[in-house]
Design a protein around this ligand. Sequence first.
Ligand code: DAH
Length: 347
Amino acid sequence: MKEQLEQIQAQALAALDAAATPAALEELRVRLLGKKGELTAVLKQMGKLSPEERPVMGQMANSVRAAIEEKLEARKAEIHAAVLEEKLAKEAIDVTIPGKQIALGHQHPMNQVLQQIKEIFVGLGYQVVDGPEVELASYNFTRLNIEEGHPSRDRSDTFYFDDNDSVLLRTQTSPMQIRFMENHKPPFCMLAPGRVFRKDEADATHSPMFHQIEGLVVDEHITMGDLKGALITMMQKIYGENSVMRFRPHHFPFTEPSCEMDMQCHKCHGTGEIDGQVCSTCHGEGWIELLGAGMVHPVVLENCGIDPEKYSGFAFGMGLERMAMGRLKINDLRLIFDNDVRFLNQF
Ligand code: DAH
């Protein structure tokens, strides 16, 4: 029996040393110490021993059990530590690995120019307003003195929503003049940027959707000189103090007189050619058209309940994309709308 106990102890300690997982340990515990375990089986044979042998064997069995229990606890702690170690190693974070770059965006180049223009006009005392893109023909055309049958009203130019051509996508920001004058008494200076829509095929200089910035100033004694002062001030702030402007007579139904404002081409300085070649920026014109403007037509003032005998005003409308293209030297309008980051990152 002594040998049996010694053998159990030796085998048990070796098996415990070999066990590598908590589950293997538990299995061994049951096998060695459980009710149906090996040690219990040996103890059951104690009855067969002589009275002198019994306490000796009993003591020995107890010390075997104690040794196994002690070893079991020790291995439990070791395995627990090993498992923890492995887990920590697996979850370890290498703080020296460079972090992932988060790509930060920035304001779209067109909005940069819009922001700049707004700031200039706010500095001149203008109020910035917003208005509907779905507009009534009466605001977009009729009350702006654009008569029935005018080419710009044609279905081939304008997106209409209904059969009797009364609701449309605004083709210009000029209806904001009417909307503003309906609700405000002069004097006022307003600026209305926004999207406009025309049935144009997209090419380097056309898009079915683009942006305009409308301006309107009405007060007593407003003259063409005020118009020129405001517009030249703005353009020189954007294109530089030395940029050269000209005003050229034009026709718009809602202004009288009307004009267009051009800037001398910054590439060829007005000559229309560079090294004997036609200038590609102004196409040989020497000038770049920037905006339409004029003195508000008395009929338009009357249409909004403002007395044209007492008040006068000027208005202007410019294409934001055109301004941005000139300011940032972009040669194709479609680049502005494509939103290709390789393009946008340049600004
Ligand atoms: N609305 C005109 C257009 O889209 C631009 C324009 C011209 C606006 C003269 C004005 C103006 O306010 O006075 O072509």
